[in-house]
Ligand binder design. Structure first.
Ligand SMILES: [Zn+2]
Ligand SMILES: [Zn+2]
Length: 248
């Protein structure tokens, strides 16, 4: 007797990008079930504001957040940007595997609900793409993730509350300071979020430059509070260039 996964793989043959065996799970194909099960939430200490994982000890506010007041209250994230999670995000964003939006969105929802009740959130806003990038990719991956949270919690999704006005240099080429400058003034908001507590959704947070600039824009237009939900947190050398390419 064939399992459903086996039937799906006969109809739509695909190899797991991690172990190269046949994919056996239609929910997270092309990843096989055992590789997908390796995706784990981060349970270690992290800065309670920006989520920067701490090397050791108790979670305390990191040096960067002490020096710079953040325009957001908290970053909720699911896992570390590494291993199968990194590969899955890559497939989702750049290889057209849009169906991964649902299982990845479920991870994001779990990360949010473990740390807050949605009663503190009035609306969900995805980090926007510039229209040129949107045409090239065909979809905005953060909007797809945000849609999963909205659907499961009934919290309104405001897809157009934030707009990216210009094309910016890829963040991975830049160090922490340059990243912030690169995005300065890149976003605008219609102001539909006036007085609202916003959950801003991104896929990967590294230095936080993107979500910081988005949150600043939302606060300027009257958002009462901004929290960030991200699938993954990438490690960053505190003063030097970013070690992992995250935002192609
Ligand atoms: Zn596998
Ligand atoms: Zn911090």
């Amino acid at each position: 007797m064939l399992t459903l996964g086996a039937v799906i793989n006969i109809l739509f043959p695909s190899a797991c990008p991690v172990c190269k065996n046949d994919s056996d799970g239609f929910l997270h194909a092309p990843f096989c079930a055992s590789c997908w099960a390796k995706i784990e939430p981060y349970k270690g200490p992290a800065c309670p504001v920006c989520g920067e994982p701490a090397v050791s000890g108790h979670a305390s506010v990191c040096g960067h957040c002490i020096k710079n007041k953040q325009p957001f209250t908290k970053v909720f994230f699911y896992g570390i940007y590494d291993g199968v999670l990194k590969e899955a995000i890559h497939r989702f964003k750049f290889c057209g595997t849009r169906r991964l939006g649902n299982p990845l969105g479920a991870f994001l929802l779990q990360a949010v609900l473990e740390r807050t009740t949605m009663q503190n959130i009035d609306c969900i806003v995805p980090v926007p793409m510039h229209k040129t990038g949107l045409i090239e990719r065909g979809f905005n991956q953060t909007a797809a993730l945000a849609a999963v949270i909205s659907e499961k919690t009934g919290t309104p999704l405001l897809n157009n509350a934030l707009v990216k006005n210009r094309i910016t240099r890829p963040q991975y080429e830049l160090d922490r300071d340059e990243r912030q400058k690169n995005l300065k003034g890149a976003f605008s908001s219609s102001g539909t979020i006036n007085g609202l507590r916003v959950l801003l959704v991104d896929d990967v947070v590294t230095t936080g430059a993107t979500v910081r600039e988005c949150a600043k824009t939302l606060r300027k237009k009257g958002a009462a509070d901004v929290c960030i939900a991200a699938l993954a947190r990438s490690s960053v050398n505190a003063s030097g260039p970013v070690l992992i390419r995250t935002d192609f």
